[in-house]
Design a protein around this ligand. Sequence first.
Ligand code: FES
Ligand code: FE2
Length: 327
Amino acid sequence: MIADPVLVDDWHAVARTSDVNEAQVVPVRLLGEDLVLWRLDGKAMCWRDLCPHRGTRLSLGGVEKGCLVCPYHGWAYDSSGACARVPSRPNSKPPSQVRAEAYRITEFYGLIWVSLGNPKQEVPRFAEWEDPTFRHVLGGPYPIAASGPRVIENFLDISHLPFVHEGILGERERSEVMDYEVETAPDGITARDICTWTPDPDGSGEARIAKWLYRALRPLTAYIELSDPDSDRERYAMFFTVTPVGETESIGWMWNSMNYNHDISDEELLSYVDEIVLQDIPIIESQRPELLPIDLRLEAHAKSDATSIAYRRWLKELGVVTGVTSP
Ligand code: FES
Ligand SMILES: [Fe+2]
């Protein structure tokens, strides 16, 4: 496991709730650790993907008679992680010290979240999820060969929109970013009331001035809200979280939630979102150093980078060490 107390003690989305069912044992990787997800009587479990007998991957096995059964010698582990059966010794009680190693798991927003340590806070809040006037479309999983902080910083980056997403989220001729304020609090970063000319801010194809609100909620979870500068009635919220698979290996998950634009189908909205994310990925994967430089002297900055500057400072303050250069 990658040694990063901040990320180890945080929650990370690792799969969709619908990916894990009693017929489907799912291997995932988080912070360099191989994990197996499985489900019994509706309850999801996350264990180290390793049988304590001979180190085989439990995810190659399956669920039988209320246990996750290793494919190698059939040792069976019940939902508490205890070894319940050793088939080669059917008449002996399995040794009580033999246990699968379990991690904390919870489910929110249709995603399975895992913590490898002792989380100090809840899964980041996504208020629109509870609002019945919003519909939600999940973009991803998007595998990205880059560090989690590089991926989140791209999501928070304003001045790339007219270049990487030209014709959708901006135009080169109108690429100026007006001054804006960024607030940093212990629970995250907020940059609000940033207005830009946006050719197609929501997949409807209608150009307008869009007002952007950016938030970093956790080191690897961020949020954007797009609205109209004159009215906050129509809102498009994006909740973006990144699985730190390894130091330079990430998976992005992005909820797109809108309280308007309902005549556009989920499929159309998803292809709009996919197009944008797929424009970002080669840019992010090309960035060097691969680890995000949190020492601000290591890269050049413009005033319009205020959000990403605040994000780098905040990661440094929090003590995140994974995916960033050493302070
Ligand atoms: S390695 Fe799993 S049962 Fe032997
Ligand atoms: Fe982008």
